[in-house]
Write a protein that binds this ligand. Structure first.
Ligand SMILES: *[C@@H]1O[C@H](CO)[C@@H](O)[C@H](O)[C@H]1NC(C)=O
Ligand SMILES: *[C@@H]1O[C@H](CO)[C@@H](O)[C@H](O)[C@H]1NC(C)=O
Ligand SMILES: *[C@@H]1O[C@H](CO)[C@@H](O)[C@H](O)[C@H]1NC(C)=O
Ligand SMILES: *[C@@H]1O[C@H](CO)[C@@H](O)[C@H](O)[C@H]1NC(C)=O
Ligand SMILES: *[C@@H]1O[C@H](CO)[C@@H](O)[C@H](O)[C@H]1NC(C)=O
Ligand SMILES: *[C@@H]1O[C@H](CO)[C@@H](O)[C@H](O)[C@H]1NC(C)=O
Length: 657
């Protein structure tokens, strides 16, 4: 079964020059079916076969009468499919889009940058491979393009998620708000679109926004619209029918827009209003991210009626040199409990977390600090790890996140936009682009006091079944151990690791400057790492996605632990992005090294030390799919022997209706 040589990677295909070579002897195409029928061999069975083939071909043919290739044939063999995808994606054969989609409209890139070199579409993707990539238990619409989460809330027994959505295609554009509800944050029902571009202030797109539930139960939605020139304007909407618990229909306030950009702000640098919170004066306060030149800033507005606003003289916060802030979020966290807090919570023993999405570099950063009600300002505890400089909820492909307070379970829940790491043409062939993380709770890490714990909601554990455990396995330096768990495309894995004490003591201080992204990944061998798990790996390790710890004894004799995910060998296809992601993770005295990994087809979510450092990845294996996806335990350290205990659950699938 295993195909080690990579010979399913067929050579480059130049569709202009390509003939139907791959289809020549292919009896599923209509033409070859008729050719067969004209042969002089007139056995009855052949005739029947031809009829069957014609029927199959007819059933398979798309609206324009063209025949889809079988599921295991590279899609580029069908010039029509590839050509159509390229027309939609606007890409030429070399993916030479000069400016990523969305940038001209004033947004962070909504398509991947062109590849550095002029490489052609790798002619590897078959329908089977693309089908396998679809998530089993991560939220995504049934088809087409999705980006930022919008207005998440809990309302009368349902969780709501709205999402930036192109209803027509798997590429960014024509942005509306999709809408789905759930009882448990795992199984979802899609509802009709909540907002479509319809007014002069949002014809250019209904962009990101936030929900506020008022104490009397009314729901307020604030969102950014773009006019036909792309200028960004803030708008108000509310449920059209106050008695509809499902919040299906919405009314845009006739007095929109409610806010225009302040002086000194560019027309496309003003977006994503937050959830509102109460001030000591009893007013509602929001913040909106922007920039002054290269300084990221966040404006503060007070309102009593959500129609009229007063711009404060002071900024909530600003950081020089980091560029535009999108999707600002601010909320309190308790210093004495893991429970979440409503954004208006006014009590003692709290810190305020502020988060902004870095438009230029496309990552979310947060900092822990103190919010002052009177001045409407926030300051970080440690300016050296201010917003844009320090901590991230996630070090992988995680962006434009938004949190909400779930009063039903007294927790703060986080959603982020997990974009693709492949190219648009493939997204179009597949029919969808991007997913959201499994919703995660956010709490202050009260052991360290300096970071958050960001962890999958407990509801996802409902999907666990068929647990297998591997206890106290000794993993010698340089070894790779297959874990026999059966199917490995949908897993929840919890693992703990211990480095043997003798090696630790004997280890010399290592002054090397290690970062996940600047190392060569899991092939770089040090005394105390890397070791961990390799998911979505073929038996022969021709494709593998290692998630690992890399430990260094620092100059003060203390250990520094890095947590990384290496995608450089995750796919034999060369038209996907293969980063190495990760960061350091705090490990306190007496703690074991722990990781949790959610594997869900092309999505891998990895958490270290119960959510201190996290990495979400999109990976696109060509061989390590279906039954050929395997799980391995490995230790690539040169000196340390590792003891590992691992629990692996198969994961059921979530419903999306
Ligand atoms: C937006 O929709 C229009 C028609 O409604 C369509 O012609 C166009 O291709 C769409 N654009 C994108 C980027 O999807
Ligand atoms: C918080 O509560 C205190 C005491 O009730 C009050 O004085 C203060 O104004 C409140 N602050 C906010 C932000 O509501
Ligand atoms: C932006 O930079 C220009 C040129 O340095 C400067 O004149 C202008 O005042 C700056 N704008 C703001 C809002 O800081
Ligand atoms: C692993 O081994 C240690 C001692 O060697 C023992 O105390 C512990 O119970 C074992 N754990 C499991 C889960 O078997
Ligand atoms: C690697 O990560 C470090 C620290 O996280 C960052 O400063 C640097 O820019 C990154 N380098 C690359 C090539 O992404
Ligand atoms: C371990 O390192 C070797 C050599 O550097 C490399 O070939 C191998 O792929 C690495 N193992 C894993 C699991 O990455």
């Amino acid at each position: 079964m295993e195909n080690n040589s990579g010979d399913r990677i067929t050579p480059l295909l130049d569709y202009e020059n390509a003939t139907n070579g791959l289809n020549d002897n292919n009896t599923t195409s209509t033409n070859s079916g008729f050719i067969l029928s004209r042969k002089r061999v007139v056995f009855l069975i052949t005739g029947l076969l031809v009829v069957a083939l014609v029927v199959v071909a007819y059933v398979c043919s798309s609206a324009n009468g063209k025949v889809d290739p079988p599921n295991d044939v590279p899609l580029c063999a069908s010039n029509e499919a590839l050509k159509a995808a390229k027309v939609v994606a606007g890409g030429d054969l070399l993916y030479r889009r000069r400016v990523p989609r969305g940038v001209l409209e004033g947004f962070s890139p909504k398509s991947n940058d062109p590849l550095k070199e002029d490489v052609q579409a790798s002619c590897v993707w078959t329908r089977d491979m693309l089908n396998w990539q679809k998530s089993g238990f991560h939220f995504q619409p049934k088809k087409n393009w999705m980006n930022d989460p919008c207005g998440p809330l809990y309302y009368k027994g349902n969780y709501h998620i709205f999402y930036q959505y192109n209803p027509g295609q798997a590429v960014w554009g024509n942005i509306t708000w999709g809408h789905a509800i759930s009882k448990d944050l795992i199984h979802w029902d899609e509802l009709p679109l909540a907002f479509e571009p319809s007014e002069w202030y949002d014809v250019g797109g209904v962009f990101t926004g936030s929900a506020t539930v008022l104490p009397d139960g009314r729901v307020i939605m604030l969102f950014t619209g773009a006019d036909k020139y792309g200028e960004q304007l803030q708008n108000l909407a509310y449920p059209a029918d106050p008695s509809d618990d499902l919040l299906i229909k919405w009314t845009k306030y006739p007095g929109n827009p409610i806010l225009r950009r302040p002086p000194g702000v560019g027309p496309t640098d003003y977006r994503d209003p937050t959830t509102a919170w109460l001030t000591s004066e009893g007013k509602w306060r929001i913040t909106i991210g922007s920039k002054y030149n290269r300084t990221g800033v966040s404006f503060v507005y007070d309102t009593t009626d959500f129609m009229n606003y007063e711009l404060k003289d002071t900024l909530l916060h600003s950081v020089e040199g980091v560029g535009m802030w999108e999707c600002v979020d601010i909320f309190p966290v308790s210093t004495t409990s893991d429970d979440g807090l409503d954004v208006s919570y006014n009590g003692t023993n709290i810190k305020h977390v502020m988060k902004a999405s870095m438009d230029d570099d496309r990552y979310d950063t947060y900092a822990i600090g103190t919010y002052d009600d009177a001045s409407g300002t926030w300051v970080p505890d440690d300016p050296s790890i201010d917003i844009g400089l320090g901590l991230r909820y996630d070090y992988g492909t995680f962006y434009a996140s938004k949190s909400f307070y779930d009063e039903a379970k007294k927790r703060r829940v986080l959603w982020g936009y997990v974009h693709e790491s492949d190219y648009e043409v493939i997204d179009v062939l597949r029919g969808w682009a991007s997913i959201y993380n499994v919703p995660r709770t956010i709490a202050l890490d009260r052991k360290t006091g300096t970071n958050l714990l960001v962890w999958p909601v407990e509801e996802v554990e409902q999907l666990r079944n068929n647990r297998k455990t591997f206890n106290n396995i000794t993993v010698n330096p340089g070894s790779v151990i297959p874990l026999d768990i059966g199917s490995a495309s949908q897993l929840d894995i919890e693992a703990e690791f211990e480095i043997d004490g003798k090696t630790l003591e004997g280890m010399e201080i290592n002054e090397e400057l290690y970062t996940c992204n600047s190392s060569e990944g899991a092939v770089r061998r040090g005394g105390l790492g890397p070791f961990g798990l390799s998911v979505l790996s073929t038996k022969s390790l021709s494709e593998l996605t290692p998630v690992y710890f890399y430990v260094i004894k620092g100059s003060d004799g203390n250990l520094i632990t890095h947590f990384c995910a290496d995608h450089s060998k995750s796919s034999l296809a060369y038209d996907v992005i293969k980063n190495i992601f990760g960061s350091t993770v705090p490990v306190l005295q007496g703690e074991k090294l722990t990781m949790r990994i959610l594997v869900d087809h092309s999505i891998v979510e990895s958490f270290a030390q119960r959510g201190r450092t996290n990495i979400i990845s999109r990976v696109y294996p060509t061989q390590a799919i279906y039954d050929n996806a395997k799980l391995f335990l490995f230790n690539n350290a040169t000196d340390a022997t590792i003891k590992a205990s691992i629990q692996v659950w198969q994961m059921g699938s979530a419903q999306l209706r």
